[in-house]
Design a protein. Structure first.
Length: 368
């Protein structure tokens, strides 16, 4: 008699389930649209040339420095250079919060790890509320990750099925009804799964309600550079929030989960960062210490390799320029695919209006 006899079968992950079905399907024309990974014209993963070059440099460097014990543990917060570069990439190098040393940054196991560490930190040390509001719909794992650390997950209206657009009024009214201090999960750009992002004007309205209600923004940035092809434009919303001042003049606080899975094609290397914008270096220091406690009990410290590659790409001007050109290429091709899909639907005589496919992912921040 097994002690594990009572273990119930968990439902399969809905996205992984599609991949299993896909692998089992014998059709030569099959396409897996379930998993959020970029594919080339040939349906293959794209290895970014800037990332490949950075990897070669990192590997050479690590073999040369064998004597320096290259495989020793990293610090709990990970690669400090990677953390600084990630924060600058998201917030912009001129962000006063970085200059003033009031942003805590740690390396995480990709975006999911950043959300998990951020969630654990909030559950233990954020006194204002234990509720986190996520959009309806959202990336399914938001519910699981925040629920598993003991936060109460609630939803706010986001997608309006009838108009296939943002339910802006519904969103604002749900946020206005949230308890003061509640955490609000916001997709920084390229909302998953709808592809619908607020316009800059709508973001201003969302920020106003967040401040009015005293909510805590938690940005999830899994696609910086993918929405518009421009890293700065895709960080427009989170930068608006990070640079905002509250009515009393104090800096807006917030959290940010960053993933380099998609924009560097480093999916399996698990490269990410969590940052917390505080109001002073003194608070930043205490927050930083608690982020490290959260990490220490989960996995002790993060892996070396992927973060070293990402840091090399961001630090080296030539590699960084090459990366950004490749990123623009991927974003442009995604846009072309949307156009081609709409054209093909029209050519096939599909009933209804499919304009939302091309209007989603609008490049509002480029124009703004
Ligand atoms: N957040 C969103 C909205 C996502 O779509 C994803 C991945 O699909 C993630 C976070 C986390 O991805 P990863 O843990 O691979 O960085």
């Amino acid at each position: 008699q097994s002690y594990f006899e009572g273990v119930q079968q968990a439902p399969p992950d809905s996205i992984l389930g599609i991949t299993e079905g896909f692998l089992a399907d014998k059709s030569p024309n099959k396409l897996n649209l379930g998993v959020g990974a970029y594919r080339t014209e040939e349906g293959k993963p794209l290895v970014l040339s800037a990332v490949l070059k950075a990897q070669r440099i990192v590997v050479d460097d690590r073999s040369r420095n064998k004597a320096r014990a290259r495989d020793e543990y990293q610090p709990i917060g990970g690669n400090a250079q990677f953390c600084a570069l990630s924060a600058a990439l998201a917030y912009g190098p001129d962000f006063d919060g970085l200059r003033d040393g009031r942003v805590a940054v740690v390396q995480t196991l990709s975006g999911t790890g950043a959300l998990a560490v951020g969630g654990a930190f909030l559950a233990r040390h954020y006194a204002a509320s234990k509720q986190v509001f996520v959009p309806n719909p959202t990336w399914g794992n938001h519910h699981g990750v925040f629920g598993s650390v003991g936060l109460t997950v609630k939803t706010y209206r986001y997608y309006h099925a009838a108009t296939r657009a943002l339910d802006y009024e519904g969103m604002l009214s749900d946020l206005r009804a949230a308890e003061p201090g509640a955490v609000v999960l916001l997709h920084a750009c390229a909302h998953n799964p709808t592809g619908v992002d607020p316009t800059p004007d709508q973001w201003r309205g969302i920020l106003a309600v967040v401040q009015e209600r005293g909510l805590m923004p938690f940005f999830d940035s899994a696609y910086q550079g993918f929405a518009s092809g421009d890293l700065d434009a895709d960080a427009g919303a989170l930068r608006m929030f990070a640079s905002a001042r509250r009515r009393d003049g104090s800096p807006q606080e917030m959290l940010l989960a960053q993933s380099f899975a998609k924009n560097m094609g480093l999916y399996g290397e698990r490269v990410g960062a969590l940052s917390v914008v505080t109001q002073s270096p003194e608070v930043r220091k205490r927050v930083d210490s608690q982020l490290k406690v959260a990490i220490r009990v989960m996995y002790s410290n993060p892996p070396i390799h992927g973060a070293a590659i990402a840091a090399m790409v961001m630090a080296n001007p030539a590699l960084s320029a090459e990366w950004q050109a490749e990123l623009a290429g991927m974003a442009g091709r995604i846009k072309d695919m949307r156009r081609a899909l709409v054209d093909a639907l029209a050519a096939a005589g599909a009933p209804g209006n499919w304009d939302h496919i091309t209007s989603q992912g609008a490049q509002a921040w480029l124009a703004a």
